[in-house]
Design a protein around this ligand. Structure first.
Ligand code: PEP
Length: 254
């Protein structure tokens, strides 16, 4: 008889501050929320603007709070005025890096090709990558959500080995739910997260699909987090607006 090994994926509650919080505000917010999150069972992480990383890391020292970078450029170094490299981020002690967020794709024109380059570079630097994907309202209404997400994931993971893929976190974030207060229904969120897990099994294997963590993002709040995170293929959340308040504690514990 063949025994199925059940892999327990550690839940992850990740904040995305976007272009909010000065270094001083980052310091006081992390200091305030630190004791509230001390007994969270899930992994807790805040993606912060590059200029806040050091202040946030210093404030989080000795706690279970991890700090990541919201953005970076995929080249190692050189004439890229205004950009931040992974070498610079890694040197601060931050481990997680975010890529593929819809705001970077739509406002700053980051292509699928860029996201793939960023993921490969993050792996090369030994960082912990989180890759976002998500469809617009037009794509959803046209019934093309699953095909769109599949194309984004296949492109992002091009050239990534199964061993490295298992350590990537995927955040499914329907664009129409980001910052709009319009949260996807649990069925909609589970459907896409479940499809992503099947896709990872298809690209790699069942073991990689069991290990990879898939988050939902888009107007997650203390009120709706528990129901979303109870879905079998949702391993936590990527949280924008609600990660700027200490009530993020409730999401991290949902
Ligand atoms: C996000 O920016 O990743 C996000 C999900 O934002 P919000 O929670 O505010 O919708």
């Amino acid at each position: 008889m063949k025994l199925k090994v059940i892999i327990m994926r550690k839940r992850l509650a990740a904040g995305n501050w976007k272009m909010n919080m000065t270094p001083s505000q980052a310091k006081s917010f992390i200091s305030e929320i630190k004791p509230l999150l001390a007994d969270a069972d899930s992994e807790v992480l805040f993606f912060v603007p590059a200029i806040d990383i050091q202040a946030a890391l210093a404030a989080a020292e000795g706690s279970n709070i991890q700090i990541g970078a919201e953005n970076f450029f995929y080249e190692d170094k050189g004439a890229y005025t205004g950009e931040i490299s992974l070498d610079m981020i890694r040197d601060t002690g931050a481990e997680y890096v975010l890529m593929g967020h819809s705001e970077r794709r739509t406002i700053f024109g980051e292509s699928d090709e860029w996201i793939n380059k960023k993921l490969l570079k993050a792996i090369e630097y030994g960082m912990k990558p989180m890759v976002c994907c998500g469809e617009s309202l037009e794509i959803r209404e046209a019934g093309n959500t699953l095909g769109w997400i599949e194309a984004q994931i296949r492109s992002a993971f091009t050239g990534v080995s199964a061993a490295d893929a298992a350590n990537v976190v995927i955040a499914y974030e329907p664009i129409w739910a980001i910052g709009t207060g319009k949260v996807a229904t649990t069925d909609q969120a589970q459907e896409v997260c479940g499809m992503i897990r099947k896709l990872i099994a298809d690209i790699y294997d069942a073991d990689t699909a069991e290990k990879i963590r898939i988050l939902y993002g888009g107007s997650v709040s203390p009120e709706n987090a528990a129901e979303l995170f109870a879905q079998p293929d949702i391993d936590g959340g990527l949280v924008g607006g609600a990660s700027l308040k200490t009530s993020f504690e409730k999401i991290a514990k949902a």
